[in-house]
Design a protein around this ligand. Sequence first.
Ligand code: COA
Length: 224
Amino acid sequence: MAFRTLLSSDRGAVRTLTINRPDKLNALNRETISELQIAFAQARHDDAVRVVVLAGAGEKAFVAGADIAELAAMSPVEAQAFSRAGQRMMRDIEMLGKPVIARIQGFALGGGLEIAMSCHLRIGGEKARLGLPEITLGLLPGFGGTQRLLRLAGRAATLELCLLGQPVDAQRALQLGLLGRVVAAEQLDEEVAAVADQIAASAPHALAGILDAVLIGGECASAE
Ligand code: COA
């Protein structure tokens, strides 16, 4: 199926899905959330895919959050449905049964950090900035990010990021466990490819077993 807001490419057993709305800093609208759900379902059922890389198009942002313009036009009922659709999609990523790596350059804000936290590994460029700025818009993170951040970074850091809404830089994100690795921007693709290739060469059933062991009873139950 051809997507309007996503690019999909395969290199060996590594599938890269790129959110492709660079003029809107890859903000997540309804269509993108729906296409991501379909794309990850396809990756799940395709035995040739052993690892997925999730990326954002352009240099400036991984994903700058939920689409604020679309959000502003929603009724409360529509906003709740949007939030639930995002929660389901991110839980599907988390429970894919195959490792998912987020490739994070530039901004990963709001829903952008939430979707990154639903991935299993996060590799950032040195200019990455991560945060949950929803509070500055009178909102709260609605895609399960509060719970995922709590598990990743602990209560103090979660409260600081959520209550103040201020982004952190790549080094601080590394300290907090939001990023697993930080590399120079020009090395990001190489690093992501090396990690993806290493995973792709490992036994798929063992990888799936590790994901089950780590996730079941933990984050998988907390997305909603
Ligand atoms: N939703 C919809 N559009 C967004 C967006 C979002 N979350 N984030 C950025 N964009 C759009 C901007 O409206 C702008 O579009 P335009 O050129 O049609 O006006 C384009 O992306 C570029 O963004 P801009 O704000 O001009 O870039 P900047 O470098 O000045 O600032 C940010 C970058 C990330 C600091 C800023 O875009 C921002 O704060 N975005 C919102 C982040 C946020 O609050 N996310 C949580 C949402 S719940």
